[in-house]
Design a protein around this ligand. Structure first.
Ligand code: 5MM
Length: 340
């Protein structure tokens, strides 16, 4: 394991003002996104869309990395430049989603476990050859009124995340460890904080047991936030304080960066929450973003699958990247939404 190389990639992804664009939608997810703009999810349309994302001028100022899906890692621009080569040439580190989605956890109703460990070592070696320098694995934890998640459901996901992270480091790829506590449901922010705490505690215990080097990984957690159907939605400052309190208790200071997922928040909320956390002063780790929907929703809405809308779509991405870059330093305010 080349420790210096892992540290250097992890730190570069969360360098000043920088974060990650999560563009690793699997085939069913990208189909859902394209359905929203009445566009068929063909291989060529997916390629066209990713080319729009990856060639948007100026985004290299705030994107340290982009997460790709297997198909995308093997695709190229219209002019034949492989996407990983294009991104690396722009100073944006290419990464790859390596989990293979979730399955119901046997004998634990309501709990899911992420699969994809079989053959992972071989896939990582190939992804590295194709240009990936980091990898991502997402565990999905649902909160329900009943006893969900169960302690074993949390343990099973933490164990799989740690096995994946160890394999990544052995293969020379920086693992982005993503335990996502979903914001679906009617639970309050307090329940989200309690479950997120249990999950992070379990994840770092397993990472440690698997000898994962904390300095050579990144964490991609949910923010601590009320469920979408909860009657009381917490304010921006409350979310920022609860999230940092929870992370400071359970995430070792040796981890170089936290790159939050957006999880279904509006793009403005995701930026505002990130900003509020950074405005609270220096933390043990960089506090950054790895947003999918909160970066891409306005891009899809502007593009609508039409060639004539490409410039507007790229402008929409640049705007979100720019505002999140400011939020990385606590310099964003909602009034900038209209101004930019
Ligand atoms: C971009 O979507 C990623 C892949 O999701 P599927 O496996 O469901 O296709 C996803 O892991 C994403 O990286 C995270 O959920 C963060 O995205 P959001 O939209 O929550 O910021």
């Amino acid at each position: 394991m080349n420790i210096d190389a892992l540290k250097s990639v992890a730190n570069a992804i969360v360098a000043k003002q920088k974060g990650v664009l999560a563009a690793d939608e699997s085939s069913p997810t990208i189909k859902k996104r394209f359905d929203s703009i009445q566009l068929e999810s063909t291989e060529e349309n997916r390629r066209r869309y990713r080319e729009i994302l990856f060639t948007a001028d100026g985004t290299e100022r705030t994107l340290g990395g982009v997460i790709l899906f297997d198909e995308t890692l093997r695709q190229s621009t219209r002019d034949g430049v492989p996407f990983p080569t294009l991104l690396a040439g722009r100073g944006i580190i290419p990464g790859i989603k390596v989990d293979q989605g979730t399955k119901a956890l046997a004998l634990h109703p309501g709990n899911k476990v992420t699969v994809g460990l079989d053959g992972l070592a071989e896939r990582l070696a190939e992804y590295r050859q194709l240009g990936a320098q980091f990898a991502k694995w997402r565990a999905v934890i649902e909160i329900d009124e009943r006893d969900i998640p169960s302690p074993f459901g949390i343990h099973a996901n933490a164990h799989a995340l740690a096995r994946y992270a160890a394999l990544c480091q052995e293969a020379g790829l920086v693992p982005i460890v993503e335990p996502e506590v979903l914001m679906d449901g009617a639970h309050g922010i307090e329940r989200c904080e309690a479950v997120t705490a249990q999950v992070l505690q379990a994840v770092f215990a397993e990472l440690d047991a698997h000898r994962v080097l904390f300095e050579g990984m990144l964490l991609k957690p949910n923010m601590v936030i009320a469920g979408k159907k909860c009657a009381r939605q917490a304010g921006v400052q409350e979310v920022a304080e609860a999230t940092l309190r929870c992370l400071r208790r359970y995430v070792p200071a040796a981890v170089p960066g936290i790159v939050f997922l957006s999880g279904g928040q509006s793009e403005e909320d995701a930026t505002d929450h990130l900003n509020a956390m950074n405005a609270m002063g220096a933390q043990p780790w960089q506090v950054s973003f790895s947003y999918g929907r909160a970066l891409q929703a306005p891009v899809l809405a502007a593009w609508k699958g039409q060639e004539g809308n490409v410039a507007a779509a790229q402008q929409a991405l640049l705007k979100r990247c720019h505002l999140n870059g400011l939020a990385r330093e606590g310099k964003y305010s909602r009034s900038m939404e209209a101004a930019t």
